[in-house]
Design a protein around this ligand. Structure first.
Ligand code: TXA
Ligand code: MG
Length: 361
């Protein structure tokens, strides 16, 4: 594996040659990790079943978990999907290139090895210039899940990709830290009403402004129900650090910090390594050696951008118990809490028994 630092490449005026090298690898059925505006992706030729199979092997990903096909031109949608409803066209126009994935019925050219056996296909046009250049230069449609080992937090820097994928893939394009930090919003457009299968930067209200009423997959909202999520990937434990993460919520921050400080004392007395996940504004409220700051409570986008790096940090320091505040405020709150709840394996400590304050979407 060789790694290309896009920043260095840009400075040396060699950006094009790195993209060309990566494009050649994709064309020949190899694996390339590349930056997108959401998280780093692990790309392969989407129409080459053998190449797609390599993604599953490199990630240790269950074979029923379909891949998103990345494109650089809306014309591709008509080659990949057997029907493209008006609402899909409106959403593509409004949000592409950008952090929105749409699900449509697939055409036969898309192998089931790419769609996890499903007869639908997920399609997205990313906005990151390196991603677009790579797709264009390779001339193939690029199947790309997040470039992490299955179950770990998605990579938001090239170093995260390296941690997980060293020796398993052919090349990493290093574009520095990504902008958004959580994966694209997924909308299923195969039914009557568009349905959000995974919340992200493009929110329900942003979608509704374009296409009218939008539903949310019920399995996402009912956090402790046994409903099966419609996006196969959403059913797996995900984004999870190695230690035990719990979310602590109450109706005011003083109660939250009191509960967390009590838990820190208890776990440290038992000899465990403990970490707290909090914001810049609240960090001084905790009595713990490992206070990990995820961003500003006033700005959801700073929390989204750092969340996965902080979850990875928990592993790096060997934290055995982690306690986090909720970050449900603002437009991105739903998407952040969706990821956090999965990372915590649904462990939520509420101030009032049974009463949940987590505002999901
Ligand atoms: O932001 C993103 O979407 C990133 C970047 C790299 O583009 N990609 C990403 O891919 O998050 P991945 O594979 O980690 O997540 C894709 C999700 C999974 O939950 C998968 O089950 C779902 O999309 N998915 C893919 N195809 C689907 C389909 N045909 N029907 C329902 N869900 C699908
Ligand atoms: Mg993923």
């Amino acid at each position: 594996m060789f790694q290309e630092n896009l920043q260095t490449i840009i400075e040396n005026g060699e950006e094009k040659s790195a993209i060309m090298k990566a494009a050649k690898i994709l064309k020949n059925g190899g694996l390339v990790a590349f930056p997108t505006e959401t998280v780093y992706g692990l790309g392969a030729d989407a129409l080459n079943e053998e190449a797609a199979a390599k993604i599953y092997a490199a990630k240790g990903r269950p074979s029923d978990n379909p891949l998103i096909v990345h494109i650089a031109d809306t014309k591709a949608v008509y080659e990949l999907a057997s029907s493209v409803p008006d609402k899909a066209i409106d959403l593509m126009e409004a949000f592409w290139p950008g952090p929105l994935t749409i699900i449509l019925p697939k055409k036969d050219i898309v192998p089931k090895g790419t769609t996890g056996g499903l007869s639908t296909v997920a399609i997205r046009m990313p906005s990151h210039p390196a991603a677009l250049a790579l797709i264009r230069e390779s001339g193939v449609y690029v199947a790309a899940p997040s470039a992490n080992t299955s179950g770990r937090p998605s990579p938001t820097t090239a170093e995260h990709v390296e941690e997980d994928m060293m020796g398993r893939i052919d090349m990493i394009i290093d574009g520095g830290p990504v902008g958004i930090g959580i994966e694209s919003t997924i909308v299923d457009l195969t039914g009557e009403v568009p349905t959000i299968l995974r919340p992200g930067f493009i929110t329900k209200s942003m979608l509704e402004n374009i296409v009218g009423p939008v539903e949310i997959d019920k399995a996402l909202v009912e956090t402790d129900s046994n409903l099966r999520p419609k996006a196969p990937g959403m059913k797996y434990t995900h984004y999870a650090p190695k230690g035990e993460l719990s979310i602590v919520e109450a109706d005011d921050i003083n109660k939250v910090t009191q509960i967390i400080n009590d838990l820190i004392l208890e776990k440290e007395a038992e000899g465990y390594k403990v970490a707290v996940i909090t914001t810049e504004e609240h960090k001084s409220l905790y009595k713990c050696d490992n206070v990990l700051v995820v961003g500003s409570s006033k700005k959801g986008e700073t929390i989204a951008a750092k969340l996965y790096a902080v979850l990875r940090k928990c592993d790096e320091i060997g934290a055995q118990y982690m306690f986090t505040e909720t970050f449900s405020q603002g437009e991105l709150g739903g998407a952040i809490m969706n990821r956090l709840i999965k990372a915590a394996g649904h462990r939520i400590i509420s101030e009032n028994d049974g009463k949940k304050y987590v505002n999901l979407l």
